[in-house]
Design a protein around this ligand. Structure first.
Ligand code: CUA
Length: 363
């Protein structure tokens, strides 16, 4: 077979082209590409409108400056018959002009900028739906997200459910190092610190599933500290809230609500019953709560309330399939090295199957 040889002089242009293509392809996936240029909420629209004003203004400056440069290049091009050009040393007039013009441009840009800073800093008193904003506490961990709804008594992780058209009032802090909360379509980025609360708000004007991420390097698994923002219809959100609040009857060692969990072990599907016992026997409960309403127990790892039907596992990183769940349970350190989940008792294939069967009943 003949090998395709790329001439050396093409290496750099082709490399640049590849890099560009990668950036574009990475930015385009799903119905809502993860891009700040695709705003779907009021906060993001404010920022986007400022951005576009700046782009247009910069475009005008670009055309004028580059136009003047081209005119100078072509009109005043030297000819062989020309002698030495006139020898000058600076020009006070020109320097004053090119200091004043950028100062004026910056002053013009400052007007909408300062306006946008004020309007994004002020958390609206009422949502578009007439209700007060919904408070959500965000806690960044190495490497997952904890979300608490103090008014609803709910704690969850890695999947932030919000109702459409309701302003969300985020109060954010970190359990360890500095992270940064970012859902490009709605708001952000805003850094999250230990021992200091930062605030952010947004209102989603469309339902859907939107990827979010940690946007501040926070350790080896920073790249796998993602989450999903689920913008629910009002009814969907109520149903989700009711499911989470039903967790209140569920203690992490016993007696819970749904399907498998409200039934005595003896009358459960044997595989599920075995999984439920293993979940305690294999020390999962030391770090994980399976109840939204019981956040003080097992809060070292992500809260697993509703894990059976979540979209992703491992902090927005792997689709929530049985195969991925199995790989996670049996070989966590291979899937996401350095997470705290290590030194567990060995879990056989059969035991993993049982644990998965049990987790699937949590919804
Ligand atoms: Cu958390 Cu990067």
């Amino acid at each position: 077979m003949r090998h395709l040889r790329v001439p050396r002089r093409w290496h750099i242009p082709l490399g640049l082209l590849g890099a560009f293509a990668l950036v574009f392809v990475a930015g385009c996936s799903g119905p809502y590409p993860q891009s700040t240029l695709n705003p779907r909420g009021d906060f993001a629209l404010l920022v986007d409108s400022l951005f576009m004003k700046t782009v247009y203004l910069a475009g005008i400056v670009f055309v004028l400056v580059e136009g003047a440069l081209l005119i100078a290049l072509f009109k005043f091009r030297g000819k062989p018959s020309d002698g030495d050009p006139e020898q000058i040393h600076g020009s006070t007039v020109v320097e004053i002009i090119w200091t004043i013009i950028p100062a004026v441009v910056l002053a013009v840009v400052a007007v909408p900028t300062v306006r946008a800073i004020w309007s994004t800093a002020a958390i609206p008193a009422t949502s578009p739906d007439g209700q007060p904003p919904l408070k959500v506490e965000v806690i960044g961990h190495q490497w997952f997200w904890e979300f608490r709804y103090p008014e609803l008594g709910i704690t969850t992780s890695n999947e932030l459910h919000v109702p459409v058209n309701r302003t969300i009032d985020l109060r954010m802090k970190s359990g360890d190092v500095i992270h940064s909360f970012w859902v490009p379509q709605f708001a952000g980025k805003r850094d999250i610190f230990p021992n200091r609360e930062t605030r952010l708000w947004f209102t989603a004007n469309v339902t859907g599933e939107f990827p979010g991420a940690c946007a501040e390097f926070c350790g080896t698994e920073h790249g796998r500290m993602d989450f999903y923002l689920m913008v629910d219809s009002v009814d969907q959100f109520k149903a989700w809230m009711a499911r989470r609040q039903a967790d209140s009857t569920m203690m992490y060692t016993g007696a819970p609500k749904v399907a498998a969990d409200s039934v005595p072990l003896a009358s459960m599907d044997p595989k599920v019953a075995q999984g439920k016992q293993l979940f305690t026997a294999k020390t999962c409960t030391v770090c994980h709560s399976i109840s939204s309403m019981n956040p003080l127990k097992g809060q070292i790892g992500p809260n697993l309330a509703g894990i059976g039907t979540r979209k992703m596992i491992g902090a927005g990183w792997l689709p929530n399939t049985d195969e991925n769940l199995r790989e996670w349970i049996q070989h966590t350190q291979k899937v996401k090295p350095d997470v705290l989940m290590k030194g567990l008792p060995d879990i056989s294939d059969d035991e993993a199957t049982a644990i998965i069967a049990y987790l699937r009943t949590l919804h």
